[in-house]
Design a protein around this ligand. Structure first.
Ligand SMILES: *Cc1c(COP(=O)(O)O)cnc(C)c1O
Length: 355
């Protein structure tokens, strides 16, 4: 394999077969002698892509019929604002966990629209754990959490009992493990971690929760606009949606979410095993809350930094540098990253120890 071992945090690795098919479609889609990105989004071939992408999301996540699946734009970051716009009643309150940079940004948007109660806050320890044991009040319009904290390497293993609407930012771990969609009322995820190129955002929303705030919602920010037009109110991002469809097809052929969850667990066991075994390394996140997607770790002996950096670079590894707010290293192991790439990293870590 001449390709790099790509541990990038996002945008990030996609299946090689998907990239090949996608590049072909850019030149000649469906053997129609037209590019995917130069045909009408209302043409039959593209409408089929959209229908297929939505059907695959529903199948892979076993989405109940009471929910709509949308492909929107503006990234997960626009959802930070769309959620309160669509769910927060006039004069109402919401509740959020504060578990990292993305959660903080979501909270800031909600605060611009109403009162926010912070229920679990791990900022006291630089977000290295998942807060637990909080009770969600019944008088808030919704509760919002982040299932996987991409930057800090923590992941919610369980979700709390929620007496109100449950909203979750699953940008960095959607399709990586089984989730019970019926426990949530709204799930959103930017495409560029486990699904496709940046440019589209997946939203899964229970229809009956919408239209109850008494607010005037700007057309483009109103989920009902997009539900009623099947994500085609305006021109959808055709290329990211097409590539997402290919990735979901790839995942289905591999055996679906259950199969990838097992592989992701193997990858995580392999890397965390080495971090815990090798005296030169230590994990950055609390053990019980470690993410299977983003593994954050540090060198115990900083004098080895230059040597380690050289070694993993020479091994063809990309994207291992930690986010500036944690330092050290971050190995992002999204669905498309093969176990062999993790083995290459672990071998480098072992080699550093004996050198
Ligand atoms: C990457 C990421 C985001 C930001 O997504 P954009 O699409 O860039 O807005 C939000 N939340 C989480 C958990 C992420 O990993």
């Amino acid at each position: 394999m001449s390709k790099k071992h790509n541990f990038s945090a996002g945008p990030c690795i996609l299946p090689q077969e998907v990239l090949k098919q996608a590049s072909k479609a850019v030149l000649n889609f469906n053997n129609d002698d037209l590019s995917l990105i130069e045909i009408s989004h209302r043409s039959k071939p593209f409408v089929e892509v959209m229908d297929n992408a939505i059907a695959l999301v529903k199948e892979l996540l076993e989405v109940p019929t009471a929910y709509s699946v949308l492909f929107l734009q503006g990234g997960a970051s626009l959802e930070f604002l769309m959620v309160p716009f669509n769910l927060l009643r006039k004069g109402g309150k919401s509740a959020y966990t504060n578990t990292g940079t993305w959660a903080k940004k979501a909270i800031a948007e909600a605060k611009s629209m109403g009162e926010v109660e912070i229920l679990g806050d791990s900022s006291d320890k630089n977000y290295n754990y998942i807060p637990k044991g909080y009770k969600i009040p019944t008088d808030v319009d919704y509760f919002h959490c982040t299932s996987n904290n991409t930057i800090y390497g923590t992941q919610m293993k369980d979700f709390p009992h929620c007496p109100t609407l449950m909203v979750c930012d699953m940008s960095s771990d959607i399709f990586s493990r089984k989730i019970d969609v019926s426990k949530f009322d709204l799930i959103y995820a930017g495409a560029q971690k486990n699904m496709g190129p940046a440019g589209t955002t997946l939203v899964i929303v229970k229809d009956e929760i919408l239209g109850k705030t008494g607010r005037n919602i700007p057309t483009m920010l109103d989920y009902n606009t997009h539900i009623s037009k099947g994500s085609m109110f305006n021109t959808p991002p055709v290329f990211p949606i097409y590539v997402s469809m290919l990735t979901l097809q790839w995942l289905k052929e591999l055996g679906g979410v259950e199969a990838i969850e097992k592989i992701n667990q193997e990858k995580a066991d392999l890397l965390y095993g080495e971090i815990d075994r090798n005296p030169l390394f230590e994990g950055a996140a609390n053990k019980d809350d470690r993410s299977n997607m983003n593994v954050t770790f540090l060198l115990t002996d900083e004098s080895k930094e230059e040597q380690f950096n050289k070694m993993w670079n020479n091994a063809g590894i990309n994207g291992l540098k930690g986010h500036r707010s944690v330092g050290g290293y971050r190995a992002s192991m999204y669905n498309a990253l093969p176990l062999e790439s993790v083995q290459v990293l672990v071998d480098v870590m072992k080699k550093l120890e004996v050198n």
